[in-house]
Design a protein around this ligand. Structure first.
Ligand code: ZN
Length: 309
């Protein structure tokens, strides 16, 4: 069993509009945009990162906004809910805030004795705010008070047709099964980074179709490149088809398809989002990786409409 995985690092999803995406995450949820760059594999598209003050692993929600992209079709083999952790007692205030902004799908329920406020993102994606005790600092930018502040990810829910092989993978990655309620099984790490829970929801339904609003991949955190190499070797030895380590400028990444269909990544905590920007101005300028630096003029004039903050 692996000991290197610390919890979630980031969650990356697809969107249909950079501007709407930016407004939702910064103005409605009040997260900080900590990086404005491009999809390194398709540089005509932005890659936007929203997180806490500094982009702490376990707080980072990222998007590839493909302008005008068609919505994804919900189904199995995907993340159905990305949940953020908020202070106990804050859901009524959040409900009022989200409703005031016209957010759709706002409803409340309880999962494993924790109160959740469910809602939809701008492309119909499933989110929840979960009231939980959380030692991580909250981010209070953009008009969000301390008593409402998001502390990072609480969990992701993997909606799968068959849970067994993915449950086995999570155990291999260091997670323990900690609770079960109907079709939902919760897995958690004991000494994680705070974003250390994964729920599996088993559903008899057709496979999801990826599009705007779909989660593209879920990234798990490891401390550094040495830990990542150990994880890569262990996954490959266990039969997973893992990519080589890829330089993503703010972290190093390896990817593999989990047996339930969700694309998993293992990302390093180093070097972090302040490697090319002053921490006071994270996310303000368009940052390009060196391999795409020569495209700046074309990208700025032809492909990437400026985002109004
Ligand atoms: Zn990623």
């Amino acid at each position: 069993m692996l000991k290197q995985i610390q919890g979630l690092h980031h969650v990356t999803s697809l969107a249909s509009s950079a501007q709407k995406n930016n407004d939702f995450f910064t103005k409605v949820l009040g997260l900080r945009r900590v990086k404005k760059t491009v999809n390194f594999d398709a540089p005509n598209v932005y890659h936007l990162y929203y997180a806490d003050a500094v982009g702490t692993p376990g707080t980072v929600m990222t998007y590839f906004p493909f302008e005008g992209a068609r919505r994804g079709r919900a189904g199995t083999g995907e993340v159905s809910v990305t949940a953020f952790s908020v202070p106990p007692g804050s859901l009524p205030a959040w409900k009022e805030r989200l409703t005031g902004f016209g957010v759709s799908g706002v409803s409340q329920d309880t999962r494993f004795d924790q109160n959740r406020l469910l809602f939809r993102g701008p492309d119909g994606e499933g989110f929840a705010l979960v009231e939980a005790a959380d030692d991580r600092p909250g981010w209070t930018g953009n008009g969000i008070s301390e008593d409402m502040a998001i502390h990072g990810f609480h969990s992701v829910t993997l909606r799968l047709a068959d849970a067994d092989a993915t449950a086995e993978l999570l155990r291999f990655m260091g997670y323990d099964e900690v609770a079960r309620q109907g079709a939902i099984t919760r897995f958690a790490l004991t000494n994680g980074n705070g974003a250390q829970q994964v729920d599996i929801e088993t559903v008899d339904a057709p496979a999801a179709g990826q599009g705007a609003g779909s989660v593209h991949h879920v990234a798990f955190a490891v401390e550094n490149r040495a830990a990542q190499l150990e994880v890569r070797k262990a996954l490959a030895d266990a039969g997973h088809d893992v990519t080589p380590a890829i330089d993503r400028d703010y972290f190093w990444a390896i990817y593999f398809r989990s047996p339930g269909g969700v694309l998993f990544e293992v990302a390093t905590n180093e070097p972090g989002f302040d490697r090319d920007e002053d921490p006071a101005h994270l996310g303000e300028a368009l940052k390009l990786p060196s391999q795409h630096a020569h495209l700046r003029e074309t990208l700025e004039t032809k492909y990437l409409s400026p985002i109004k903050d």
